[in-house]
Every structure is written in structure tokens, then in C-alpha cells.
Design a protein around this ligand. Structure first.
Ligand code: NAD
Length: 254
């Protein structure tokens, strides 16, 4: 098993992609700390890990609160026996015209998606570097970390920031025991996107923008994240691996 007795921290692990990462990592031997602003959902993920024979611990966590993040990384590392992997999956997005986007909503999306990744990664990296250890960070970027899309200005800005944080931190810390990467999912069916699937036109549009003419499932994103977190990716750092069914490969002309 790739992650036997490794300490694995997953933010946003109460739902969607983060939950799937937590379940898969535990099946591969990791001891998983699940942090989520919705503590009940984090507890449910851990209950499912334990029911599956794995080990985990749940934490209430708001990734926008520096003191809470520091406390989480400290307590989570102690609970799962080390700081080997951090997956930053906590995220939100707006669907709002840029002409109507309030500063409050812009700030909220940037705080969770960009500042949250910075704060959690910094708290994790500080401890790994101070201990002279080794660790891997995998961030959730998006196709909108490299492309734009209408009515998602804050989200696209925050995900471009995640790509930048990933590159800059990798440049600074990769010779100190850390590998820092990101994945860029295409549309993936989770509670975040569930309402897309209630509208037939949106479903057709989703098919049209992916070369594979379909959306992704959380397990397909989780597998790529676990690859980047594992020793199989030992010479990979600073990259954003697109896991997007071909969204960013190009555009159809007919
Ligand atoms: N689903 C997609 O199509 C898709 C595509 C590209 C990127 N992503 C990214 O993947 C990540 C996970 O998305 P998902 O689809 O699983 O969404 P999701 O809504 O199912 O899960 C996100 C989790 O983050 C938690 N969260 C929100 N704000 C938080 C905060 N301040 N502190 C801690 N936890 C918080 C939520 O409670 C939730 O459990 C996000 O960063 C998202 O932007 C998703």
C-alpha cells in the first residue's frame, strides 16, 4: 500500500473530491485527518473510513482563519502520527456576473480558495521544514486556473492564484523536502456542481466543452491527487496536472 501509516491531512474532506481523497487514501493505509468547515460532514467521512477498516480523525476547520489553520495542522499531525501529505480541497465558487459581483463575495471566494491554500500550505510546510522531514502538498486548482469563464471572475482569479502559489512554493521549498503540485479538474459531479445536472442545456454544454464529451467523477480526480501525493511522483513538483477530460486541450470548431 502506497500510504501505509502516512499522516494525511485533507481540507474540505467532508464532501466531494476531498471526501473521495480521504476514503481512497485510508484504503491505501494512510491515517487521515479530515478538516471541514462543516464538522458533521467531516465526522461522516471519518465514520465511513473507520467502517471501511481505516483510521482517521475529524476536525472543524475554517481555512480562512489563520489561528484555526495553525491549530488544525498541529492537532491533525498529532492525531494521525505525522505530516506527510496535505491535500487542499476546501473550495467555494460564485456564479455571478462580474458587473454584479459584490466585493464581499469576491473576497469570500478569494479567502477560501486562495488564502486558504496559502495558510494551510504555509502551516504544513513550516513544520515539515523545521523537522527536516519530507512532505507532499496537492492543491485543487481547476480548468479555471488556466482558462476563463463567464460569471466566475472571483473563482477563476482564485484558481489562477492556486497555480501561482503551487509554482512559487515549489520553487522555494522543493530542495527542502517538499513537493508541491496541483490538479486542475474539469467539471466533476459533486455537491458543488450538482445543480448543473438539473438542467438539460447545461448538461449538453458540459459535454461539449470536454473532449471526452462527459464530466468527471470524484474518484477520477482523487486517483490523480493520490498519484501526485505518492512516491511515484518523486520527481514532480510545481506542476498543475489537468484532469479535465480534455477541456484545456483546445476548442471544437464543429
Ligand atoms: N467539482 C468540480 O467540478 C470542480 C472542478 C474544478 C475544481 N474543483 C475544486 O475542487 C475542490 C473540491 O470541490 P468539490 O467539488 O469537492 O466541492 P464540495 O462543495 O463538494 O466540497 C468542498 C468542501 O469544502 C468545504 N469548505 C468550504 N469552505 C470551507 C472553509 N472555509 N474551510 C474549510 N472547508 C470549507 C465545504 O464544506 C465542502 O465540504 C474545490 O477547491 C473546487 O474548487 C471542483
Amino acid at each position: 500500500m502506497r500510504f501505509s501509516d502516512k499522516g494525511f491531512l485533507v481540507t474540505g474532506g467532508g464532501s466531494g473530491i476531498g471526501r473521495e481523497v480521504a476514503l481512497h487514501a485510508a484504503r491505501e493505509g494512510a491515517h487521515v485527518a479530515v478538516g471541514d468547515v462543516d464538522q458533521q460532514m467531516a465526522e461522516r467521512t471519518v465514520e465511513d473510513i473507520v467502517a471501511d477498516g481505516g483510521q482517521g480523525a475529524a476536525f472543524g476547520l475554517d481555512v480562512t482563519d489563520p489561528a484555526a489553520v495553525d491549530g488544525f495542522v498541529e492537532a491533525a499531525g498529532a492525531a494521525v502520527g505525522g505530516l506527510d501529505v496535505l491535500v487542499n480541497s476546501a473550495g467555494i465558487r460564485e456564479i455571478q456576473s462580474v458587473l454584479e459581483l459584490s466585493f464581499e463575495e469576491w473576497s469570500r471566494v478569494m479567502a477560501v480558495n486562495a488564502s486558504g491554500v496559502f495558510l494551510c500550505s504555509q502551516a504544513f510546510a513550516k513544520r515539515v521544514v523545521a523537522a527536516g522531514g519530507e512532505g507532499a502538498i496537492v492543491n485543487l486548482a481547476s480548468t479555471l486556473g488556466v482558462d476563463g469563464s463567464p460569471r466566475r471572475t472571483a473563482y477563476a482569479a482564485s484558481k489562477h492564484a492556486v497555480v501561482g502559489i503551487t509554482k512559487a512554493m515549489a520553487m522555494e521549498l522543493s530542495d527542502q523536502g517538499l513537493r508541491i503540485n496541483a490538479v486542475g479538474p474539469g467539471v466533476t459531479r459533486t455537491p458543488l456542481t450538482e445543480r448543473y445536472f438539473q438542467d438539460a442545456d447545461t448538461v449538453e454544454n458540459i459535454k461539449a466543452i470536454h473532449a471526452m464529451s462527459r464530466w468527471g467523477e470524484p474518484a477520477e480526480i482523487a486517483k490523480a491527487i493520490l498519484f501526485l501525493a505518492s512516491d511515484e511522483a518523486s520527481f514532480i513538483t510545481g506542476t498543475t496536472l489537468m484532469v479535465d477530460g480534455g477541456w484545456t486541450a483546445g476548442k471544437r470548431v464543429s
